[in-house]
Design a protein around this ligand. Structure first.
Ligand code: NDP
Ligand code: DGY
Length: 329
């Protein structure tokens, strides 16, 4: 039909997302929305087909958006909006080269992710999953003075690697547990560190002095494999390691070695390589390793807000207006 003669902008959404976001896209009169309407990831071959000719894409951290996908999409693709704050799944150089805009979801998931990190830290340090297993298996024979002991935050030194939005929110939450000293390491000192009286130290100092080490940095070429044999060997034998950033920051073979040899006390991971972690993975045989299925931002309200923000980023990008959260490329 000739009607209006204005062409709709084609959008592909790579997964079923919370209705808060979907509603915004389907109600936009200038969009033609197509969705991979499943809770499981779109297969790569299907992704390559579905992106052909689109103007905008709302994607997830499980979609690798590289030159191949961008080429398959073609020159009409102008906006990529990811339902995540992390953007290591996006080939930023290729995207930049093609003059595209990128939206992401910082801030709105900071509280939920910091809260989950604290939960994981306490669960790991006080051995909660192991304790629950003992209750169910009959391993709980009596109250025993030497049984199921772990490590407490009170009077401890906590080291945060990557004192960004989430790292700072974690520090704010840990302080009231009686943490004596907060250390942080990163590329440069952060003025916000003053809010939690955190001290900027070289990584080696953080590793040797901390009772708890929390990794909350972004995944970059510099942080990839950062937590390796040398890293774990500098930690105290009684220290607890927590990672809620990205799995690839950790060398998992080295972590397994450190945990099984008693080089470090325990580890709690919300992120792994790969995801999902195969059920026969060696790390899952260890009592002192708590693994969660990447649920840092998983509260109902946070996921709804993330979807709303990702949808609004996409719309603004397509309409050529300011995005609520645009990634500076
Ligand atoms: P920010 O960008 O605010 O924080 C990232 C921090 O990492 C920055 O302070 C950055 O420092 C720091 N960093 C970069 N390179 C290094 C390095 N070499 N050594 C130490 N620190 C470094 O992002 P957010 O806090 O919002 O998110 C952080 C990450 O958390 C995301 O990138 C994502 O991967 C992950 N995440 C995981 C979730 C989960 O479900 N488990 C949920 C949400 C996020 P600088 O400012 O100097 O670059
Ligand atoms: C992110 O946003 O990067 C998290 O990993 C999931 O919320």
């Amino acid at each position: 039909r000739m009607q209006g003669a204005r062409q709709l902008m084609k959008v592909f959404v790579t997964r079923r997302i919370p209705q808060e976001g979907m509603r915004i896209l389907t109600q936009a009169a200038d969009l033609d929305v197509s969705v991979w309407d499943s809770d499981e990831p779109v297969p790569r071959a299907e992704l390559m087909k579905r992106v052909a000719g689109i103007n905008g894409m709302l994607c997830l951290l499980t979609d690798r958006i590289d030159a191949e996908v961008l080429d398959a999409a073609g020159p009409n693709l102008k906006v990529i909006s990811t339902l995540s704050v992390g953007f290591d799944h996006l080939a930023i150089d290729e995207i930049k080269k093609r003059g595209m805009r990128v939206g992401y979801t910082p801030d709105v998931l900071t509280d939920a992710t910091a809260e989950l990190t604290v939960a994981l830290l306490l669960a790991t340090a006080r051995r909660l999953p192991e304790g629950v297993d003992e209750v169910k298996s009959g391993g709980w024979s009596s109250w025993k003075p030497l049984w199921m002991c772990g490590y407490g935050l009170s009077g401890s030194t906590v080291g945060v690697i990557g004192l960004g939005r989430i790292g700072l929110a974690i520090a704010h939450r840990l302080k009231p547990f009686g943490v004596k000293k907060l250390l942080y390491a990163g590329r440069a000192p952060k003025p916000q560190a003053a809010e939690v009286q955190a001290e900027y130290v070289p990584l080696d100092t953080l590793l040797t002095e901390s009772d708890f080490i929390v990794v909350s940095c972004s995944l970059t070429p510099e942080t990839k494999g950062l937590c390796d044999k040398a890293f774990f060997s500098k930690m105290k034998k009684t220290a607890v390691f927590i990672n809620t950033s990205r799995g690839q920051v950790v060398n998992q073979e080295d972590l397994y070695e450190a945990l099984s040899s008693g080089q470090i006390a325990a580890a709690g991971l919300d992120v792994t390589t790969p995801e999902p972690l195969p059920t026969d993975h060696p790390l899952l045989t260890l009592k002192n390793c708590v693994v969660l299925p990447h649920i840092g931002s998983a509260t109902y309200s946070t996921r709804g807000t993330m979807a709303e923000l990702a949808a609004n980023n996409l719309l603004a990008g397509l309409r050529g207006t300011a995005m609520p959260s645009e990634l500076a490329l």
